[in-house]
Design a protein around this ligand. Structure first.
Ligand SMILES: NC(=O)c1ccc[n+]([C@@H]2O[C@H](COP(=O)([O-])OP(=O)(O)OC[C@H]3O[C@@H](n4cnc5c(N)ncnc54)[C@H](OP(=O)(O)O)[C@@H]3O)[C@@H](O)[C@H]2O)c1
Length: 283
């Protein structure tokens, strides 16, 4: 298993990255604020440990709006180390009623907000995130993806991705512009939308599971996972990450944490090599 992936066929990144959603609040979006200095420490330590792919969004913020993932990233890491890829996502809008799907007209302002917050002239990777929870089957993303494709042509975005999609969305997007990455809900206990993963593997597109640790829920408490973890003197979280990386050469893991101890634990998953017996036990 190689630990490196070439994003968009050109940018080498480690397959184990970092998700920034948990830095501002435990719930990621609109929860009670976490301590900002801890978030900055987690980001600095992540880069020390070799993270060169951070996943974020301008809407990752605490409920009081005071702690924001993009601000923490800029404060902790700007000027950014060479080779660091910061991926962000646009699409959802957040009003007083909570999250809703935005329109094509919302996308340019969202991209500009990310550029400003991160302090960059161009974004490395921008996902169009569609739907609520689960791919919105049958819904066209063309009008919105064309806006992002135009922003890429303008030089504001280097690579494009799509998130929360099915294989038809990926095929539709690829008629408009190259797709470098797909970000979907996928982990050892949740293996939906396999056709989109297959299409990514066939075309050298990164498949970036969100909720790689099950979103911190109890889904990772499984006897087989515990058995394999014990065999490696590892934790269930570490084996879940090693499994994702073993599952396909195009999977990239972006575990989210606001905890230094969990960050260290997650990054140590790189040293776990699952055997054929382990993989059989994990199903
Ligand atoms: N495209 C989308 O729609 C979408 C949706 C959700 C997430 N995302 C992206 O995907 C990234 C990963 O998803 P996620 O953060 O929601 O879920 P996750 O990585 O599956 O799990 C994160 C949760 O697990 C906990 N955790 C992390 N490491 C742990 C460990 N070693 N042991 C025990 N608990 C641990 C975290 O709590 P602590 O903070 O206390 O460690 C947090 O509650 C996000 O950060 C975000 O960048 C994208």
């Amino acid at each position: 298993m190689t630990n490196e992936f070439h994003l968009g066929g050109e940018i080498p990144i480690s397959r184990l990255g970092f998700g920034a959603m948990r830095l501002p609040a435990h719930s990621g979006i609109n929860g009670a604020a976490r301590e900002p200095e801890t978030g900055r420490s987690v980001l600095r330590r992540a880069v020390e440990l070799g993270v060169d792919h951070i996943d974020t969004a301008d809407f990752y913020r605490s409920s009081d709006g005071k702690v924001r993932a993009n601000t923490l990233i800029r404060e902790a890491l700007h000027p950014y180390p060479a080779g660091l890829v910061i991926a962000t996502k646009v699409g959802p809008v957040f009003g007083s009623d909570g999250p809703a799907q935005g329109t094509a007209a919302d996308l340019r302002p969202a991209v500009e907000a990310n550029l400003a917050a991160l302090g960059v002239d161009s974004l490395d990777l921008v996902y169009l995130r569609i739907g609520m929870m689960g791919a919105p089957h049958g819904e066209s993303l063309a009008e919105r993806f064309e806006v992002l494709a135009a922003l890429r042509e303008e030089g504001l975005i280097r690579h494009l991705g799509i998130s929360n999609v099915d294989a038809e969305h990926l095929a539709e997007a690829r008629t408009i512009a190259p797709v470098a990455a797909v970000q979907n809900n996928f982990h050892i206990a949740h293996r939906d939308e396999m056709q989109v993963l297959d299409a990514c593997a066939a075309n050298g597109i990164a498949f970036v599971p969100f909720f790689p640790l099950g979103g911190g829920r109890h889904e990772l408490r499984d006897d087989n996972l515990t058995k394999v973890a014990d065999r490696h003197e590892a934790t269930a979280s570490q084996v879940a990450l090693a499994w994702l990386l073993a599952f396909s050469p195009v999977t990239l893991a972006i575990p989210g944490t606001g905890s230094l101890a969990h960050l260290e634990e997650n990054m140590a998953a790189r040293s776990i090599t699952l055997s054929p017996d382990d993989l059989a036990d994990l199903g």
